[in-house]
Design a protein around this ligand. Structure first.
Ligand code: GDP
Ligand code: MG
Length: 765
């Protein structure tokens, strides 16, 4: 099959085009660096099927970060039949810089002049025919978003892919041109492909190139001694870049006719927005406020806090749709309302099946297995689907509008002083969706130590799968504290994750993961209204992923959990009330003491092991924590009160009743699950992205230690407030030691280094 590659600057619409051409649903986001790996799809509307490859965005073919290397290597090594060079027409000159490099390769090229809808809307004019004539490459105007001109583009690309093309350069007037020519001839003598391209990169003394052709590099070095340019001395990289820019500004400024008034107005509008949203002092509070509004809309049972003003008796509408809207504390926020509706439906299903099975005289264990085991577990997770989707809708809107990129910018300004770059916040923010792509996205960071440190804290940004834990346990906390604002608790837990992440990464950057802070060169994407299509794609992806997981991993886990909680070691079926003698219970009781410092260990007595087991099952998938509660709830209830009226009570309520677990322990339980080793998929990704095996082992240890330390701090301080002073003293001492060590006054690092070498020596002896 013939292959076309999509290449272009970050955020110019490659993935949007890729999705439109191939019908895929790859992630599109309004910030540079979303696509970090190549993706393939098939376009079928030409004479033959064409494989399309979406590549990570690049500003030039001299790469700095691993994902840029992917793009360069693909273009050079895989020899696509045609490169579709996508250009953001609203930023023509800057985008052409990459084009002047791609055209040096011996490959057919078509330029896709994208975002023409935006150009038109701005009142600007670009003449594609004129551009084509000047640049000597076919140019097709398109809008990837509105799907205009795509067939014409593909037709054109298909035609040129059947021809051969020799690389060309815009630098014929450059002072280094004859050096380039000499290098090219030398390389051709060695039968190197794409000789022109490699020759120019050699003259630029591009790192990869110098390693590949050391002989020719020597030639360039020798020549360099004799060379002295007026403005740049003998900095060949600068000379080459300068000739490219000069050529572009000289030739292409006439292609664009800008609507000057419109442009001024647009810039001033965006500036005005930025003046508020990225304000030095107000930027962060505004971000926190927006975040709170989102949580309020998703989780509040007391929408807009008007519940406090409602007369009593509003709420006697049990079991109806209206009851879903008017909860106990006031009016339900949209997220809660949808959740309540779904709850009515799933309850009806479970009850229907239960009644049918009981009437049909099916064995009691089978009824329990189906209704409490499978349905109890599945539905307890599924019930959070509306809130998960709604939260994602809001996050997608923030991302697509261009706001999330601004958040990275604000955070960069504050944390740069402490050794963190704003670029590192992009993968972290991505972690709100799912840790797996977020961890892969750390490839966009240039510094290896920063990459490792970022990778480690990404799971602390609570992902969709952790949401059920937060919400369900928050429900328990609310009932104990006698308030009804779940939004405040979920919001605080998200913030806790962010704060721990920032503290942890700061600690690492000043101890084991030191390194320079690379300059933050991400451009801020233009604000635009969120695209309905993008939003729906995001949600659809999430929904598919969730359903698939529910009916595979979570379903299997609930079955296993139910099975081991209803059989004893000699394989006798145990009724609900005797569950505490089951295999699972015994295993759980064994590890239960491990969690005593965190508040949900031995002090919880007979049913405390349920918490321990739930935390462990969460290592497979985080949804399992709540699925485990759901599966075991009925048993806990019958073991605890043996009261039919308690059937159907919320799993967390049942556990609170049975174990007497308190608020500090519940918060510590959330924190532990939030911060500990993430799900299996995230662990596997972290392993693949780690620079070495030992680094990965430290990562695992880091997760266990962080969750354990933070969990026990919460429990201890929450239960005995004066322990706060002990922790303050300990942390102050730790920070003081680190500062002194970094200033060179004491030498802890050296001490550990010596210790390590000594240990190694004794081991080898
Ligand atoms: P990539 O980084 O090159 O893969 O770019 P994406 O496909 O992720 O798109 C970046 C942003 O540009 C998204 O917000 C898209 O909605 C937007 N976008 C892409 N193509 C067009 C277009 O033709 N017109 C307009 N107005 N916006 C577009
Ligand atoms: Mg992309």
């Amino acid at each position: 099959m013939i292959k076309f590659a999509l290449a272009g600057n970050p955020n110019c619409g490659k993935t949007t085009l890729f999705n439109s051409l191939t019908g895929s649903t790859a992630h599109v986001g309004n910030w540079p660096g979303v696509t970090v790996d190549k993706k393939e799809g098939v376009y079928k509307k030409c004479a033959e099927p064409i494989s399309i490859v979406d590549l990570p965005g690049i500003y030039s073919l001299s790469p700095y970060t691993p994902e840029e290397v992917i793009s360069r290597n693909y273009i050079l090594d895989e020899k696509p039949d045609c490169i579709i060079n996508i250009i953001d027409a609203t930023n023509l000159e800057r985008n052409l810089y990459l084009t002047t490099q791609i055209m040096e390769i011996d490959v057919p090229i078509v330029i896709a002049l994208n975002m023409m809808d935006a150009v038109e809307k701005n009142g600007d004019k670009i003449d594609p025919a004129k551009l084509e004539e000047k640049i000597g490459l076919p140019v097709v105007a398109i809008s990837a978003l509105k799907e205009n001109g795509l067939d014409a583009l593909m037709q054109r690309a298909y035609e040129v892919s059947k021809q051969t093309r020799a690389g060309s350069t815009v630098m014929s007037a450059s002072p280094v041109m004859h050096l380039i020519r000499d290098c090219k001839i030398a390389l051709e003598g060695q039968k190197v492909d794409n000789a022109l391209f490699h020759a120019i990169k050699l003259v630029e003394l591009d790192e990869i190139e110098v390693q590949m052709h050391p002989d020719s590099a020597k030639m360039v070095e020798e020549f360099k001694q004799t060379f002295e340019d007026d403005t740049f001395g003998s900095d060949f990289e600068a000379i080459v870049a300068d000739s490219r820019y000069k050529y572009i500004s000289k030739n292409y400024s006439t292609v664009v006719v800008k609507n000057k008034n419109g442009e001024r107005e647009r810039i001033s509008r965006s500036d005005r927005a930025d003046r508020v949203l990225t304000h030095k002092i107000w930027g962060i509070p505004i971000f926190l406020l927006i975040l709170f509004a989102i949580f309020h809309l998703t989780f509040s049972e007391n929408f807009l806090f008007i519940g406090y003003g409602l007369p009593e008796g509003w709420t006697s509408l049990d079991g109806t749709v209206a009851a879903g809207l008017f909860g106990e504390g006031g009016i339900a926020a949209p997220g809660v309302f949808l959740q309540n509706l779904l709850g009515l439906a799933t309850d009806a299903i479970t009850n229907g099946i239960r009644t049918a099975m009981e009437n049909g005289a099916v064995a009691q264990w089978a009824t329990g297995f189906i209704c409490d085991g499978i349905l109890g577990g599945l539905f307890s997770v599924l019930s959070f689907l509306p809130q998960i989707l709604l939260l994602f809708l809001f996050f997608s809107i923030l991302e697509d509008s261009g706001y999330m990129a601004r958040v990275a910018f604000i955070l960069d300004r504050i944390f740069r002083k402490f050794g963190l770059s704003g670029r590192a916040f992009m993968p972290m923010i991505m972690g709100f969706g799912c840790s797996v792509p977020a961890i892969v996205n750390t490839r966009t960071l240039a510094d290896q130590n920063e990459r490792t440190a970022t990778l480690r804290v990404i799971p602390f940004f609570s992902c969709g799968a952790k949401l059920p834990i937060l919400t369900a346990v928050a429900g328990g906390i609310l009932s104990l504290a006698n308030i009804n604002n779940a939004d405040i608790i979920t919001y605080s837990m998200y913030l806790l994750g962010i704060v721990v992440a920032i503290c942890a990464i700061l600690l690492m950057r000043h101890t084991t993961m030191k390194g320079d802070v690379p300059p933050f060169i991400m451009e801020l994407p233009a604000y635009h209204a969120p695209q309905f299509k993008n939003l729906m794609l995001h949600l659809w992806d999430k929904l598919k992923h969730f359903i698939k997981k529910a009916f595979t991993i979570i379903l299997v886990s609930t079955i296993v959990i139910w099975f081991f909680s209803h059989f004893s070691w000699n394989w006798h079926y145990l009724p609900d009330a005797e569950m505490n003698n089951s295999i699972l219970a015994n295993l759980g009781q064994l590890i239960q003491p491990l969690f005593t410092p965190l508040g949900f260990g031995s002090q919880l007595g007979a049913f405390g092991w349920v918490f321990a087991v739930a935390a462990i099952t969460g290592l497979i998938a985080k949804e399992n924590v709540i699925a485990t509660f759901g599966t075991l709830a009925a048993c806990v209830v019958s073991g605890f009160v043996a009261d039919e009226a308690m059937k159907g009570v919320d799993a967390i309520q049942a556990l609170i009743g049975a174990t007497g677990v308190g608020i500090p322990a519940l918060i510590s339980f959330i924190a532990f699950n939030l911060l500990t080793i993430p799900c299996f998929a995230a662990v596997a990704t972290a392993r693949a992205e780690s620079p070495s095996k030992s680094s990965f082992r430290w990562t695992l240890l880091f997760w266990v230690a962080t969750s354990y330390i933070v969990g026990s701090m919460i429990y201890l301080i929450g239960s005995w407030w004066w322990t706060l002073f002990i922790f303050l003293v300990v942390w102050a001492a730790v920070i003081a030691l680190i500062v002194l060590d970094n200033k060179g006054i004491i030498h802890i690092g050296e001490f550990f280094g010596k210790l390590k070498r000594k240990l190694k020596r004794t081991k080898s002896e």
